[in-house]
Design a protein around this ligand. Structure first.
Ligand code: HEC
Length: 171
């Protein structure tokens, strides 16, 4: 009895190895990796906000307002959630500068994603405000439903996250 592998076994092993190697090369060369879904607040910020408000939250003069130390970011949560879900247009003043532009709605983000990105923004760029919870986003979305862009002058005064009762369906 011999321990030496037969030549059939050896060639089978090298066939398997060769096949696995080729599959790996095909997978690598076709780039079959899906794009990773942004999960953390910072990742969502980088993907969906930073092109305008910039990596450090300083915005771009006369075009995109800063989100560093602003009343919109650190102030009322309901207004901030509405802004991200529905967008806004029209003149606003941020830190003594007037902007008259439009921010597109981001209602395609999930409640969790909106909460994560706003929690990130409210605790970054020297901002210091409490977290936004997915449930708060869900309540604003349920109360305001499907709608178009807010006018900045209207949204300015649309404060507060509705409580559960005001959105509950009365039987
Ligand atoms: C395509 C550019 C663009 C993108 C992307 C964008 N914004 Fe804006 N954002 C604006 C503009 C323009 C305004 C001012 C709108 C106006 O003039 O009425 C604004 C206003 C704001 C304000 C209120 C004013 C201030 O500076 O405090 C906040 C807060 C804000 N954006 C947060 C966000 C967040 C969070 C995201 C990502 C989910 C985001 N924005 C994505 C362009 C953008």
């Amino acid at each position: 009895m011999t321990m030496k592998p037969s030549s059939t076994q050896t060639s089978f092993a090298s066939f398997v190895f060769g096949a696995l190697f080729m599959l790996t090369m095909i997978a690598v060369s076709t780039g079959c990796q899906p794009q990773p879904t942004p999960v953390t607040g910072q990742q969502i910020y980088t993907r969906y906000c930073a092109q305008c408000h910039q990596a450090e939250g300083n915005g771009i003069e006369r075009a995109f307002p800063p989100i560093r130390g602003t009343e919109w970011v650190n102030g009322d949560k309901g207004r901030l959630i509405r802004l991200v879900l529905y967008g806004m247009q029209g003149p606003i003043e941020v830190q003594g500068q007037t902007y008259n532009n439009a921010m597109a709605p981001h209602g395609f983000l999930t409640d969790e994603q909106v909460a994560a990105v706003l929690t990130f923004v409210r605790s970054s760029f020297e901002n210091d405000a409490d977290p936004v919870l997915p449930d708060e986003v869900a309540r604003v979305r349920a109360a305001d439903g499907e709608r178009g862009l807010f006018l900045a002058s209207d949204l300015q005064n649309r404060l507060g996250v509705p409580d559960m009762d005001s959105t509950a369906v009365v039987p």
